[in-house]
Design a protein around this ligand. Structure first.
Ligand SMILES: Cc1cc2nc3c(=O)[nH]c(=O)nc-3n(C[C@H](O)[C@H](O)[C@H](O)COP(=O)(O)OP(=O)(O)OC[C@H]3O[C@@H](n4cnc5c(N)ncnc54)[C@H](O)[C@@H]3O)c2cc1C
Length: 273
């Protein structure tokens, strides 16, 4: 399966379905070197339309040209220090064009991986010494996994909180790794919350609600022992655009400003759609 000019230049080396419709996919370059990148950046994955869709997905709405390469951006979840493969954390959009095809891949299958990695959602944009609140819903956690895997071993004197929202506990794909990181690194505080506790198989012992609630009710202040404020803290927001809009409104009310290249601020945003 290849399109002229876009050979499937990479291979799936590992696929782990952590929950229905949620997977960790590792992709290695075949015969070329993965580029350097800064944690938080994204790469592009692609498959031709003739690639099979997974069984759980809806059928294609239209019949796409089979040679057409479908491409989408995915945040890299792996450390930027080890570049043996890129790890991605992907949510199945059943009616989507690319994710049903990515979910049909198995180890050994070929995929197109864009040779360029880009994106400004990186820690280099924030003040070097600022505390970090990394806020995500679902697969919006991916860039933070790369950041944490890369910087935690050398982080001292800076507090980092991960505020993660998911529907159910099984949608917290990196829960065990984040708990382990938290035990190993005093800088890190992992704060998961679920919004559908009534669907849990066993009672969920943790927080219930949205990440917005965690920010509003002082959970970060309790974890850090001091309140986050725009002078001391950079806030990263990634994933669902509705969560991002609501968090931006809340933070702006507290004096935080959205960051851009031309106008420095303390809120950094990556919208997935
Ligand atoms: C910079 C960037 C980084 C991204 N990183 C990731 C990532 O790490 N993991 C990831 O799963 N997605 C990520 N995305 C989203 C990804 O690029 C695709 O949009 C997504 O996988 C859907 O592709 P599709 O072809 O199956 O759906 P499409 O046919 O393109 O349908 C798009 C629709 O699917 C919905 N949608 C898109 N993304 C999601 C999602 N993650 N969860 C639920 N619904 C969604 C929206 O309603 C959107 O309008 C990222 C997007 C951007 C711009």
């Amino acid at each position: 399966m290849a399109e002229r000019g876009h050979p499937l230049n990479s291979v799936v080396v590992n696929k782990l379905e952590v929950a229905p419709g949620l997977m960790v996919l590792r992709v290695a370059a075949d015969g070329w070197e993965l580029p350097e990148f800064a944690p938080g950046q994204f790469a592009v994955l692609g498959l031709p339309a003739e690639a099979a869709r997974c069984a759980a997905a809806d059928a294609d709405e239209e019949r796409p040209n089979p040679r057409w390469m479908i491409r989408r951006a995915y945040s890299i979840a792996s450390s930027s220090v080890a570049r043996e493969y890129f790890e991605f954390y992907i949510n199945l959009v059943r009616s989507g064009e690319l994710t049903p095809r990515l979910f049909a891949l198995e180890p050994g299958d070929r995929v197109w991986l864009g040779p360029k990695v880009t994106g400004a959602f990186t820690l280099g944009e924030a003040r070097r010494d600022s505390h970090l609140a990394l806020v995500a819903t679902g697969t919006g956690l991916a860039p933070y996994m790369s950041m944490l895997r890369t910087i935690l071993p050398t982080t001292h004197g800076r507090r980092i909180s991960v505020l993660l929202g998911a529907r159910n506990s099984w949608d917290l794909g990196y829960h065990a790794e984040l708990r382990a990181m938290e035990r190993q690194h005093a800088a890190l505080c992992y704060l998961p919350t679920i919004s559908r506790p009534e669907g849990e198989v066993r009672p969920w012992p943790g927080r219930v609600g949205y990440v917005l609630d965690l920010w509003r009710d002082g959970t970060v202040e309790s974890a850090w022992g001091f309140p986050p404020d725009p002078q001391s803290t950079s806030v990263y927001l990634c994933g669902n655009p509705r969560m991002i809009d609501e968090m931006c409104a809340l933070l702006t009310g507290e004096g935080y400003r959205e960051h851009s290249r031309h106008s420095p601020g303390e809120i950094f945003v990556e919208r997935y759609w």
